[in-house]
Structures are given as C-alpha cells and as structure tokens.
Design a protein around this ligand. Structure first.
Ligand code: ADP
Ligand code: MG
Length: 687
C-alpha cells in the first residue's frame, strides 16, 4: 500500500481532493475509471466532421474579427482544404485576439455543431502549430474521469497516468486466481486496466461507451464479485449466530391451512416449504419473500408464524405504516383467534394503559405481536421471540433491517427473519442486490383474478371518466381517484386533492366521497380507510399515500391523474389496489398532453401487461438499475463499471466465483472488497 502522497506532485492539499473521490492509495487511481472517452488520436478533415461529434482538426485561419452580435465575440474562420469551420469565442483575452489572425495554423479540439452558416465550434481547445509540427497526436483515446471541484481533469489524468506507468512495471495486481477466471476469455487485470484507461486508436467507442468491451466486462465482473462478497460477508456474520430451530407442519399450522376458504397456490406452497426448511435449522433464516401486489404473501407469513406458535414461541410482524399494520392485525385476528392464538397490537399511538397491557402481554409470551417500528423501541421485551416478519421491505434499508434483528435478540439466540416485498425485482437482480438474503418468489396470482384492464386517456376526457365512475358506483362497486403527486409541496398537493374531492362530490351527489392525503392526521386517515374498506365510502379520493398494501377487494376502478409524472413501479403499485377481487377491474391513466417519449413508453407498458415482473423489467430498461433499487434501499453503493441490468449475464459466474473464493482463497476477499468498495465496504459489516 502506497499513499498517493508518494507520487511526485501530490501534496496534502491535493491528497484531500483525491480522498473526496475515494482515492487514498496509488492503486486506487487505477480503479478510478473513465466516464467516457474523447478521440484525439487522429486529425480529422474538416469536410468530414459531423454535427455533435467531438474531434481534433487542423487548419489555417482565413479571417478573424471581433464582432458585435448582441454581445462581443471573436469569430475566426478556419479551413484545411477539405472544408471550412467557424470558431467562436465569447470570452477572449487581448492576447488571444492578437494570436488568432489570418495565416496562423491551429490544431483544435471540441464539439462541432452545424449552425445556420455551416459548421462551427464554440470555445475549442486549441494550440498554434506550424506546418512541420508533424502528426503528433495522442496515441490512445483520451479518458474523461469523474472528478470533484478543485481537481482538474488534466491533473487527475496525469496522476492516473503515473499510476499506469507504474502498473506496467510493477508486479501483477491480479487478485483473482487463474482457476477462477480461466474459462471466461477475459484479459488479465493489468491488460484490462491499461485498456480502459488508454484504449488504442480505432477502438470501437460505441462498445466502450456501453461498457461491453471484454476489458470492461473483466472489471465489471470483479466489481460485482466484490459487492457480492461484501453482502455475503454480512450474511455470514449473521449466520454465526444461532436461532431456535422450529418444527414445520405442526398442529396449528395444519388446522390453519385446513380452515382457509381457499387453497394455497403452488407458488405459495413452494415459498412456505422453503421457509419451513429454513426455520427447521438452527441457522437464522434470512429470507426475502417477493411477490407482486395481491399475490398473497400474508397467508405465507401466517403459515410461518404458526411454526413458531406450534413451538410455543413468539412472532413479531412489523409493517411500515399504522394502516398496513392494522390491516394485518385484522387479518391475523380473523385467522388466529379461532385457533386460540393471542394476537397483540402495539403501535406508537397507544394510550399509556393500553401500552402497558400490550407490553405485559408481549413479555408474557403472546404468540403474535403486530405493529409498526414501535415494536422495536426501548422497553419492548419479548419473552421468546423466534421469528420476525417485516412487510414491505422496500421501505426499510438493509441497515435498519439488521438493527431490528439485534433488538430482537433473545439470549444466545437471534430470531429468524422473513422480509416481504412487493417490489418485483427480476430474479438475477435480486440475487445480487439482496445477496445477504435467500429469495422466495410468489410468481403466480390466486386463481380467478382478472387482469386489470388499463387505458391511457388525455385529461380532456375527464367528464367521460366521471360518468364511468358514476356507473361503477351505481353497480355497487367502489373506486379510487388518485390525485397528482406534487413533490415540491405537500401543502399544494393536499390543496389540489381537496379541490378534486369537492368537485367530484359535486359531480356525484348520490355517492359518498371521502378524502385522504399526506396531511390528514393518521387517526383520521385510518378511519377513512376503514370506512372505505367496510363499504361506507364509495369513492376514495387520495394522493399516493394509498400506494402500499391496502386490500379492498370490492374496489374495481381506479383513476390516476397526471399519470405521466409517475414512475412505472409506482403506477403498478397503485394499480395493484384494484383487481383484488374476482370481478374484472380497470384502471384509467389520465395524462396531460403532450406526452414525451418515455412517458408514452411507460404508459404503454402498463396498458400491455399487469405482470409486475414484466413491468419491473421494462422499468429497468427505461431507467437503469440504480434508480429502481436506490442506494439506500439495497445497501448497494453506486458501482464504477458494473451495471446490474446490463451485466446480469455475469451474475451466475459471480456467484460461483464468490463461493469458490470464500472456500479456497478467503484471504483475497477483504482485499477485493477494499479495492472496489473502499471504506464504504465496512458499512455493510458495521451494523
Ligand atoms: P399481498 O401479496 O399483496 O400482500 P395479500 O396477502 O394481501 O397480498 O393477499 C391479497 C388477497 O388475496 C387477500 O384478500 C387474500 O386473502 C387473498 N388470497 C391470498 N392467497 C389466496 C389464494 N391462494 N386463493 C385465493 N385468495 C387468496
Ligand atoms: Mg401485503
């Protein structure tokens, strides 16, 4: 390890700047990878330059003058025998003005545009050359690096150049044993690094830009491997702890499944089987149960809870909002009380006496405890907690999830953990993004569900839509009207929702219209939701607060306003509120024209499919993985070369390699993590 300050020209001030981009060691410079490239390897004939391209060209100044066109500017015309181009400078020194005169030869670099008067370029980089300067051009494509204020591109490029010069001499930086990368037709790490920092002239820049070159794939592979290992390490740190092994298929569980008014889908059975296998071990379960909205995750969680109940142990079920927690409370009470199982409610809103009673019941060993994150606050002491179920995982980060595990620790044992999410992440992605979790997928809906018919209409059709709502309500159905999201201000958002609600109430005088939005107090919001659930409200006007998990099977129509402003995943989640019964349902996406291209594509995807996995895949295509997962949501930090979606084909190899490394070369693991994730890698393990 050599700190950057050992490089010539790097003092303490520069070292601070470098640290800001994650570079503290000379070797880190090698892994600071270009964002893009510029081609300065050849001097191009001016006549062949295209609009929008960045290029080097050379020619002689024909005319140069300072003119006034709304503002003062220096304009020069440059020709090389194949064509002519106008150079424009809005800021220029007197020195420049003197130097740029007729007959002077310039070599320029910059982005060429086609203006009204032909080719032109604003503020090119340039230098004066003479006819006999010869053809000294760059001998490789010029990398452009991500940098930070105060650290100039040229300076960074020079430092990385120094590190690369050393790399050519030094011993191989390879960490991966040859046996691991053998069959993969990858270049060596040294070759790959030299290539990506200094691609030879003529390299296909399209391939480079898309990171599909074998050298980049080699690096992406190693980066994915580092991330994967880091999450596995986290998981292993949990695995060294012990959990209480639970019996599967006990009396309560069998009675529960026998008494359900429906039979489990095969996907539910399979998931419950996988969970049962985990629970029967002394290793703590860490499993993600993934299933589209309405796929029936709750009953699977209930089945798991009964494994604990059958053993006389406790389950805690946590939901991200009061509303969802209450919904679970109602469901579990209906299911479990006939079996004689005590279900306790703990929310932050309980009165002191109620809270006292709940805490006593929890300490006394009540089988099932349901609540919000209040479950894990100070003063909550479980008697024999064996299983923690966390619903709608995407609301909680990796770190929070782990913190909960700690809180739930019981003597020498930690509880098993089941997290549930409706965010449908394609399987390969889930295996990397949640490498610390095993994944079960419910990829099948309960039978009899009709697909939600989805249409997109311009908001000029509003009056027709209101009539459509009226018809549905007259038929005894219920409907949602979702008001636009106003990110800048929840006050404005609430205001808009209130206006909409009163307009709709006026237009639909025979029906009961109610409103919920983010500024409605939680108590009141829950009362309105309950009224909607029990059918006392016909039309629920809401902002996107209803996004997650609400289950009202009689609601079969949803109108979403300003759908063009929402993301695909969010629209799909919203739409999942309808189509939960056996009647056919529909969803109307109202938009404000004109639609831009991505908005049109997004709405098109929703019209075509209501399969959450297809929607997620399309979403990824349209947005890129980082956005869908979010750094905080997955604990994945932004990657340098790899992209979970683009490089998904590498993942099976990454998984194999991770296993092999951990078994045969475990000393390499921390070095790989340090190299690619740096100090942030420690974050994974810290919690
Ligand atoms: P989610 O996966 O979105 O949490 P829920 O667990 O709320 O879905 O289930 C949605 C609805 O489907 C509930 O009303 C539930 O009772 C019902 N359900 C679950 N499994 C089945 C099944 N196998 N057959 C019929 N209905 C089911
Ligand atoms: Mg749910």
């Amino acid at each position: 390890m050599r700190p950057t300050t050992e490089l010539s020209g790097v003092g303490p001030a520069l070292a601070v700047h470098l640290e800001r981009i994650g570079v503290t060691q000379v070797a880190d410079l090698l892994f600071h990878l270009p964002l893009r490239y510029e081609d300065r390897t050849q001097v191009r004939p001016v006549g062949g330059l295209q609009h929008g391209e960045k290029a080097v060209f050379e020619g002689e100044i024909l005319t140069a003058a300072v003119v006034y066109r709304g503002r003062r500017m220096l304009i020069a015309s440059l020709a090389d025998g194949t064509g002519q181009i106008t150079l424009r400078f809005f800021n220029f020194t007197r020195f420049q003005q003197k130097a740029l005169v007729r007959g002077v030869r310039l070599r320029c670099f910059g982005e060429v545009r086609r203006g009204r008067g032909g080719l032109e370029i604003a503020h090119p980089e340039y230098r004066v050359v003479s006819e006999d300067t010869g053809d000294e051009t760059e001998d490789h494509l010029t990398p452009v690096y991500p940098t930070t204020e105060g650290l100039q591109q040229g300076r960074l490029r020079r430092l990385i150049g120094l590190a690369l010069d050393e790399l050519e001499q030094a011993e191989s930086p390879e960490l991966l044993p040859a046996a691991l990368t053998g069959g993969m037709e990858f270049p060596s790490l040294r070759q790959a690094l030299l290539f990506v920092h200094r691609p030879p002239p003529g390299t296909d820049t399209g391939e480079l830009q898309q990171c599909r070159h074998p050298a980049q794939q080699r690096l992406a592979f190693e980066e994915l491997l580092a991330h994967h290992l880091s999450l596995r390490q986290l998981r292993d740190s949990v695995r060294v702890e012990q959990a209480l092994p639970l019996q599967v298929g006990g009396k309560l569980q069998r009675r529960f499944i026998g008494a359900l008014p429906f039979s489990l889908t095969s996907a539910q059975k399979r998931s419950l089987g996988e969970i049962g296998d985990d629970l029967s071990r002394a290793d703590p379960m860490m499993r993600l149960l993934q299933g589209d909205v309405g796929s029936g995750k709750t009953v699977v969680a209930a089945g798991a809870a009964l494994c604990a109940a059958d053993a006389g142990l406790q389950t805690a079920i946590m939901a991200p909002t009061e509303l969802l927690a209450e919904q679970h409370l109602a469901t579990f009470r209906a299911w479990f009380e006939p079996l004689g199982i005590e279900v306790v409610w703990l929310s932050g809103r309980l009165r002191a006496a109620e809270r006292r009673a709940a805490l006593d019941a929890i300490a006394g060993g009540a089988a099932v405890v349901i609540g919000t994150h209040a479950l894990f606050q100070e003063g909550v002491a479980f008697d024999r907690l064996a299983l923690v179920v966390i619903d709608e995982q995407h609301r909680f980060g990796v770190h929070q999830r782990l913190a909960l595990r700690e809180k739930g620790a019981l003597g020498d044992h930690v509880p098993h953990q089941l997290v549930m999410t409706a965010t449908p992440i394609p399987r390969t992605l889930a295996q990397t993004a949640y490498a610390d979790l095993d994944v079960s997928v419910i990829d099948e809906k309960p039978p009899g569900r009709q697909p939600v018919e989805t249409v997109a209409l311009p908001d000029s059709r509003r009056a027709d839509i209101v009539q459509r709502v009226a018809r549905a309500l007259r038929d005894g159905r219920q409907a949602y009207w979702v008001c636009p999201l106003i990110e800048e201000s929840d006050v404005l958002e609430a205001q808009a929702a209130e206006d909409t609600a009163s307009l709709l109430a006026e237009a639909l005088p025979d029906f009961r219209v109610a409103l919920v939005h983010g500024r409605v107090k939680p108590d009141r919001r829950d009362r309105v939701m309950q009224a909607f659930k029990s059918g006392e409200v016909d039309l629920l006007v809401a902002t996107t607060v209803i996004e997650v998990g609400v289950d009202v099977p009689n609601a079969s129509l949803m109108i979403i306003e300003n759908a063009e402003r929402m993301g695909l995943a969010q629209l799909h989640q919203l739409r999942g509120r309808v189509g939960r019964g056996t009647d056919s349902s529909s969803c109307v996406l109202l938009y404000k024209p004109p639609l831009n291209r991505t908005a049109r594509q997004r709405l098109g995807v929703l019209r075509e499919t209501d399969d959450g996995f297809r929607v997620a895949e399309k979403d990824l295509e349209l947005r890129g993985a980082g956005e869908l997962l979010g750094t905080r949501q997955t604990g994945l930090i932004e990657m340098k070369v790899a992209d979970l979606v683009r490089d998904a084909h590498l993942i099976p190899g990454v998984q194999r390699a991770a296993q092999q490394l951990q078994q045969e070369d475990s000393a390499v693991v921390p070095r790989l993590i340090r190299r690619w994730i740096g100090e942030a890698g420690a974050l994974y393990g810290k919690v």
